[in-house]
Design a protein around this ligand. Structure first.
Ligand SMILES: C[S@@+](CC[C@H](N)C(=O)[O-])C[C@H]1O[C@@H](n2cnc3c(N)ncnc32)[C@H](O)[C@@H]1O
Length: 246
């Protein structure tokens, strides 16, 4: 069993040249610590995904966790699913993440068959789906491809099914953007990250994580054919939406 519980020191020392962020072995080793200390409300969102699963999953349907990383969302949902004949699919295109996810999920016994697939979300076929989770994943996909993914997900959903999309967001209004980014930096300082760590990680993510505005997300989810888009979580520049298939 590989380690996944180290503390995140990846950006602690000065890097001569900051390369683009990748979900590789080094990141997988520290991922739980990194995401908790970087994403305000991450643990609350994960535990609420279990509540969403309890509410939206129907017997005989499929549940997808897209960009599953180490499977935190899958585990939270799986622990709450009581409905019969449900199958879960945890998908990630980073082998380092998918392999560890398989090992972590195998540690818990479950009545819900779960397949961990190392694949690109853009190539997944969706069918008979009651719940899909994109928990901080869409932001890593090319902006031009985001609508197509949402459309394919929506097309594969059962009436009454739900899609949860959690994202870091940006703001058109400069002052609103600055206020929220300043609070996010404060959150990271409060979690022990130094100014150097914050700035080096920011540079590494610059071309890799491209945030949209809240309005863009709402518009895109509607264009994909989903309705009743509720922003059920927000903390600073981090939000989560639930959107419904009519
Ligand atoms: C911030 S992490 C997601 C965190 C995770 N959902 C959770 O709740 O703990 C983003 C994940 O999306 C994966 N990812 C990014 N682009 C992807 C793609 N095109 N297809 C599949 N996975 C992708 C990355 O490998 C990474 O593991």
């Amino acid at each position: 069993m590989r380690k996944t519980n180290s503390s995140d020191k990846l950006f602690r020392d000065p890097l001569g040249h900051v390369v683009d962020f990748m979900f590789d072995e080094q990141v997988a080793d520290v991922f739980p610590d990194m995401i908790r200390r970087s994403v305000p409300g991450y643990d609350s969102i994960i535990s609420m995904l279990g509540v969403f699963a309890q509410h939206y999953v129907v017997p005989g349907s499929r549940v997808y966790d897209l960009g599953c990383s180490l499977g935190a969302a899958t585990l939270s949902m799986r622990r709450r699913i009581q409905q019969p004949d449900v199958s879960m699919f945890a998908i990630d295109n980073a082998e380092a993440m998918a392999q560890r996810c398989r090992e972590l999920l195998a540690r818990e016994s479950t009545a819900v068959p779960t397949e961990v697939v190392c694949a690109d979300v853009r190539e997944v076929q969706f069918e008979n789906v009651s719940l899909v989770v994109l928990n901080f994943t869409l932001q890593f996909i090319d902006t031009g491809e985001r609508l197509d993914i949402l459309r394919r997900i929506a097309d594969g959903m059962l009436p009454g099914g739900a899609l949860i999309v959690s994202e870091k967001v940006t703001f058109d209004d400069r002052s609103e953007r600055d206020r929220n980014e300043a609070l996010h930096r404060e959150f990271k300082r409060a979690n022990g990250y130094s100014e150097l760590e914050i700035s080096q990680k920011r540079a590494a993510l610059e071309n890799v994580l491209v945030p949209d505005t809240i309005a863009t997300h709402r518009q895109r989810l509607a264009q994909a054919g989903l309705i009743n888009v509720d922003m059920w979580f927000r903390c600073f520049n981090f939000v989560s939406f639930v959107a419904h298939k009519p």
